[in-house]
Write a new protein. Structure first.
Length: 329
């Protein structure tokens, strides 16, 4: 049975997270669906942020006219190039800037041109929103253009959102899944590298070799000096975490994929926090997990895609895979 938007508003008043997948047919229907949400938010004095691709920004700004100045506009192609950074650096930061008010964030996670390599991280991001902001006065609306996206994308959207909006109706998602279990299922089984990676097993006194290997591959891939330094810093941070928190040895693998240079650090440590690297650790915390979490926040800022996979059982361990886009491929 359809639930009208008033039911969602009642939910929003008690300070809980509202997380919706908005299924729309085409650009005009997106404008039609979002206009009343913006109008209600402005009337209630709620801060609004919109994180979408550029063509949708232009559409929505045109629709809002002078009211567009009341919105914080962010480019998802830039802010969400690494989906693993979105919870901390975009949604969390905006919500924290307005701690006493419910905020509205419209975030478009997926469109046909997004690289396939990003997909698992995008689904995990959508699922973990439900964990990261549980109990927070935050409304997150995630548009999905049903006419251009594959059916499995829409099915996964229904699995990661408690409610699905279609036209004027809001439906309770019957396929909504446990967010941690779903996120881990997408992150625990990383695809095998394309080609044969170069491999280095490193110990406590071999971080210099780690940095040299990454730098050499970055030069061969044609990364500029700034991007090369970012990648070396990111891999060094992860390798250091391995030595400090998981113990030696760690394993570094580096390889090229179409349009990307990929570096991966694996160890035998276990990560129990599904949000590690996605939310700021308390600054006074001395726990190894919190320390590693802060380091991974930096890694997420530096790289174009970060995948954090932890496994249990016979093949237990944690893998952090860092991607840099190579522009000339």
């Amino acid at each position: 049975m359809a639930i009208r938007s008033a039911a969602v508003e009642n939910t929003s008043r008690d300070g809980r997270l509202v997380h919706e997948a908005l299924f729309y047919r085409d650009p005009p229907s997106l404008s039609t669906a979002l206009l009343p949400r913006f109008t209600d938010a402005f009337a209630a004095g709620r801060p609004v942020a919109v994180v979408v691709r550029r063509s949708r920004t232009e559409l929505l700004q045109s629709m809002l006219g002078s009211d567009a100045a009341r919105v914080r506009w962010l480019d998802m192609a830039r802010e969400g190039r690494n989906p693993t950074r979105l919870i901390a650096a975009v949604l969390g930061r905006f919500a924290d800037q307005h701690p006493d008010r419910r905020v509205l964030v419209v975030g478009e996670p997926m469109w046909p041109e997004r690289p396939r390599a990003d997909y698992a991280a995008l689904v995990a991001h959508e699922a973990l929103i439900n964990v990261a902001f549980a109990g927070r006065a935050l409304t997150v609306i995630c548009p999905y253009e049903v006419s251009t996206l594959a059916s499995h994308v829409l099915q996964d959207a229904a699995r990661t959102h408690p409610t699905v909006v279609t036209g004027e109706d809001t439906w309770t998602s019957l396929t909504y899944d446990d967010p941690v279990d779903l996120a881990m299922s997408f992150l625990s089984d990383l695809p095998e590298p394309e080609g044969v990676p170069e491999r280095l097993t490193f110990g406590a006194y071999e971080l210099a070799r780690v940095r040299e290997l990454v730098s050499a591959h970055a030069v061969l891939a044609g990364l500029g000096s700034s991007r090369r330094d970012d990648l070396v810093l990111a891999v060094n941070e992860v390798a250091t975490n391995t030595l400090v928190h998981a113990g030696a040895p760690g394993v570094l693998r580096v390889w090229r994929e179409t349009g990307r240079l990929v570096c991966e650090v694996s160890d035998h440590g276990q990560v129990s926090d599904p949000l590690i690297g996605r939310h700021p650790a308390p600054p006074t915390s001395r726990s190894p997990q919190a320390q590693g979490g802060r380091g991974l926040l930096l890694v997420n800022e530096l790289c174009d895609l970060v995948q954090i996979a932890t496994r249990s059982g016979a093949t237990s361990g944690t893998t952090v895979r860092m991607h840099m886009i190579v522009a000339d491929d």
